[in-house]
Design a protein around this ligand. Structure first.
Ligand code: DGT
Ligand code: CA
Ligand code: CA
Length: 571
């Protein structure tokens, strides 16, 4: 784990533990500091070396001292003391609907301090008998537990990609390898990655494996052999390296890319074509002659299939379509013309100035970027009120006057109220270039209620895009149970786009739903939901999601030219 991540984790745990103790105010201070540190783009160790920890927003003297202790010793005495006092596993507190008060009660009355303890207590029905819990609360905790369990043992692609790329680069730079390629779920760009699979060829395998076992940032070597080794890196991620013969590289790449379901179907095709397919090659069943193996593409081609992009290899119909040469032309990064979901400083949780948004858009060769600040709803997030819409428009207009080749669009991310109405007047909505609407409260409605609520927003003539349609937060909150046939039909009819929210915490819509939306002719758009400058990079994650959902250029709003986008928005 990086020093920064470790600091963030410890500060958040302190906040949790203090809350359990019933301490007021302090937990919020720790959480604020953790959030600021988490979003630093500068190296935390450097900041400490230069004695500038207290310059970080929300980090005062007291917290700066604690951060310094963690950076210098790898741990914090104060944190250790709290953990001794309250032996509750931090993972337990990730369960939604299990706040500090309830966690404390479970610990004191049922001796539940871990996820497995919680599961046992739920199964034995002991939780509903506790005062203040009951069957409804039991059901909610059970749901929360499932969500935490699902995310355990998997890392988000956004965390895995940079680490994996760094390792690949180090292997390539050593000159001990010829070919180095990602395989597995990483190559398929799944958002939840169990472990990193790397496939390589090398002349001197012993030396190559030695190199791998002494990578930078290694935590431990789990196993080491001539053809396969596994290591764990500091972030906790496992990395497998396989070295194969040049002549089998293509078939091994095919095999180890998976998915397992795709491979099973592919082997059936091989058998019906009188071939035998394994990680070493594709063989004629009768003569046992090897007909492909060095090149992955040839493995597919020999079986009468066009090469299938790894993102599609999930046995969702891709093999049938490849047999008819009808694979989709998946959207490419350079076809994306802009980002339609970005927050400026005007959102209370936003940190990017218009100037920086312009810089970032330019850096990416965008033609447009929508500044979609939050609308104000009492008690949620401060932002645009009806009065401020005019000011927002003026500011963006004046920013546009000083840039060429790029246009900022004045937008808003309005809140869909429990009844489906938005929290800005129709007049304000109509003045804006672009309106995103999203659910940010009242998550516990029934399927019928939340579907009707979303449909009403879809059919609001001012709404262009529905943000993060399922409302999920990974590891925290599950998806709404929506009537998708209804949502897709209405969205298509109303000409409202559904968002592929690329923010790692959301990853919403996910691939399966994207594919269904594409099939139904619903327009989609990729938005990064940027609140900080580094978030604009999430566009890449959104593209991976879109590709996994079979998206082609015409399916996406933000591949349109500025003129076409404006025409679409006006419609
Ligand atoms: P992950 O690591 O859980 O995110 O998912 P994968 O898909 O990377 O799975 P992993 O690392 O266990 O194995 C990599 C690929 O190797 C997998 O996608 C397909 C192939 N593979 C591994 N074991 C088997 C197997 O027992 N049968 C078949 N057909 N393929 C396998
Ligand atoms: Ca894997
Ligand atoms: Ca693996």
């Amino acid at each position: 784990m990086s020093a920064r991540k470790q600091v963030v984790e410890i500060l958040n745990q302190i906040a949790d533990l203090l809350e359990i103790k019933g301490v007021e105010y302090k937990p919020r201070a720790y959480r604020r500091a953790a959030r600021e540190i988490d979003s630093l783009t500068e190296d935390l160790t450097d900041i400490h070396k230069e004695d500038r920890l207290e310059d970080i927003p929300s980090v005062g003297e007291n917290i700066a001292e604690k951060v310094a202790e963690i950076l210098e010793t790898g741990k914090l005495e104060y944190h250790q003391d709290l953990k001794r006092e309250i032996p509750i596993d931090p993972d337990l507190l990730k369960v939604r609907n299990l706040g500090p008060k309830k966690a404390k009660k479970l610990w004191e009355e049922l001796d539940v301090t871990s996820l497995s303890g919680l599961e046992e207590a739920l199964n034995s029905g002991r939780i509903r008998e506790l005062k203040g819990f009951g069957p409804k609360s039991e059901e909610n905790i059970l749901k929360g537990l499932q969500i935490v369990k699902e995310s355990q043992g998997k890392s988000h692609l956004s965390e895995v990609l940079p680490e994996a790329r760094r390792i690949k680069e180090e292997l390539v730079d050593s000159s001990l390898f010829d070919k180095v390629a990602f395989a597995g779920s990483l190559r398929r760009r799944k958002y939840a990655v169990g472990d990193v699979d790397i496939l390589a060829t090398a002349d001197d395998r012993d030396k190559a494996m030695d190199q791998f076992a002494s990578l930078d940032g290694l935590e431990e070597v789990l196993s080491k052999g001539e053809t396969k080794s596994s290591v764990r890196i500091e972030s906790g991620l496992r990395v497998d390296l396989r070295i194969v013969d040049e002549a089998s590289f293509g078939s091994a790449l095919q095999y180890f890319t998976g998915s397992q379901e795709h491979n099973v179907r592919l082997r059936q095709v091989a058998i019906s074509d009188r071939y035998k397919l394994n990680e070493y090659g594709l063989y004629d069943e009768e003569t046992e002659e090897k007909v492909a193996g060095e090149e992955e593409e040839a493995v597919y081609n020999k079986m009468g299939l066009t090469w299938i992009p790894p993102e599609l290899r999930e046995d969702r119909g891709e093999i049938e379509v490849a047999g008819d040469d009808q694979l989709p032309q998946l959207v490419e990064q350079d076809e994306v013309k802009g980002d339609l979901h970005c927050h400026s400083e005007r959102s209370s949780d936003g940190h990017i100035t218009l100037e920086v948004l312009v810089q970032q858009a330019r850096k990416r060769n965008y033609r447009y970027l929508a500044v979609t600040d939050h609308a104000e709803t009492a008690g949620i997030v401060g932002g645009l009120t009806d009065d401020q819409v005019t000011k927002h428009l003026e500011e963006i207009k004046s920013a546009n006057n000083s840039v060429e080749g790029l246009e900022l669009l004045a937008g808003v991310e309005a809140n869909i109220q429990p009844d489906g109405a938005l929290d800005l007047s129709q007049d304000s909505l109509e003045e804006l270039d672009l309106v995103i609407a999203g659910v940010h409260s009242h998550f516990d409605q029934s399927k019928v209620e939340i579907t009707e609520r979303t449909v009403r927003a879809i059919e609001n003539p001012s709404v262009d895009i529905i943000a993060h349609p399922t409302g999920r937060k990974l590891g925290e909150r599950g998806s709404f149970d929506l009537d998708w046939e209804e949502i897709f039909a209405r969205a298509r009819k109303a000409g409202t786009a559904l968002e592929i929210n690329a923010s790692p915490a959301r990853t919403d819509l996910e691939d399966k739903l994207v594919k269904r939306a594409v099939e139904k002719g619903v327009k989609l758009t990729i938005g990064t939901d940027s609140h900080r400058v580094n978030h604009l990079d999430y566009m890449e994650l959104g593209i991976h999601l879109a590709r996994r959902g079979w998206c082609e250029k015409p399916n996406l709003l933000n591949t349109l030219s500025l003129t076409d986008l404006k025409a679409w928005l006006d419609n």
